[in-house]
Design a protein around this ligand. Sequence first.
Ligand code: SAM
Ligand code: DTB
Ligand code: SF4
Length: 331
Amino acid sequence: MTELNASVVDTSFIKRNIPLVEKRWSVAKIVELFELPFSDLMHLAQTVHRDNFDPNAVQISTLISIKTGGCSEDCGYCPQAARYHTDVENEPLMQLDEVLSAARAAKESGASRFCMGAAWRSPKQKDLEPVLKMISEVKAMGLQTCATLGMLKEGQATQLKEAGLDYYNHNLDTAPEFYGDVITTRTYQDRLDTLDSVRDADINVCCGGIIGMGESRNQRAGLIAQLANMDRPPESVPINLLTQVEGTPLHGTDDLDPFEFIRTIAAARITMPKSFVRLSAGRQNMHEGIQALCFIAGANSIFYGEKLLTTANPEAATDKQLFAKLGLHPI
Ligand code: SAM
Ligand code: DTB
Ligand code: SF4
């Protein structure tokens, strides 16, 4: 590969083939990545990406909200928090057959993973039972299963594993020092504890955050450092661009420069070379040129289907066209 300016960032680990997973990443080192000339950063991210993945393969997951709205938490970005006045209508836990028909449709349209999300602080045992059933039946259809249900209490992760759960999504959302500006009803440590239970139960970890909430570049690097420095980095890293929803405290936040979002994807790819990096919320309003740069920066997973949890995602047909234009194939 072409030599990058080694005084800016040491790229020799690529030549020496040192597995990056063994490296600890300081926030300062990640900020150095962000500060690289854009082309150099893309080149580095592509190099790492190509060393670890088929660069034209994109994992696709379909998301469904199995329980919507009315959540007790105060996450400042979230349209499902009961305390904010948004257009989201509360809906109770979905019936098993409705979930299964959505999973069947997702599979037919090409998704390999089905992610079930619930607007809970933490599932009560009586709520978990029907979800366990959903997981085992979706798994039996031949789909990978993922759930995001909030914080888990002792033993709950094990029950999810036994039901056939492949991935649990629980995001750190942002850097520790910005976290309190966004959420006050649960701590950073609460999130880390849930992630530990998921790991202990031998479920794959899906953990990332949201960019564009008014955080600084240092704080974006701080989030990436938290993820990359885990004993085992998450298998899946969703990078969400804040979807601003009227009625939430973060509505009206200054829009982030798209190149800064792409740089964040590249930093995730370089620091977590073996992880799937998911270009998550925010694609609906993202020009396809910017999405293409996110794939070049090392994103290799998306949510597929016209809805995320409560907000819009590109139509499946639009994504199919984009994949065809870019020569990408789904996995
Ligand atoms: N209630 C559970 C929890 O908070 O862990 C699971 C569902 S919650 C909606 C899952 C994740 O979606 C959040 O952690 C956050 O990262 C992301 N999210 C929620 N609202 C968002 C928004 N407006 N823009 C971008 N990402 C968002
Ligand atoms: C994740 O990191 N992003 C998804 C999934 N995990 C659950 C959720 C995005 C939600 C966007 C706002 C909404 O649709 O309500
Ligand atoms: Fe509730 Fe999850 Fe939304 Fe926070 S992100 S308010 S916990 S649904």
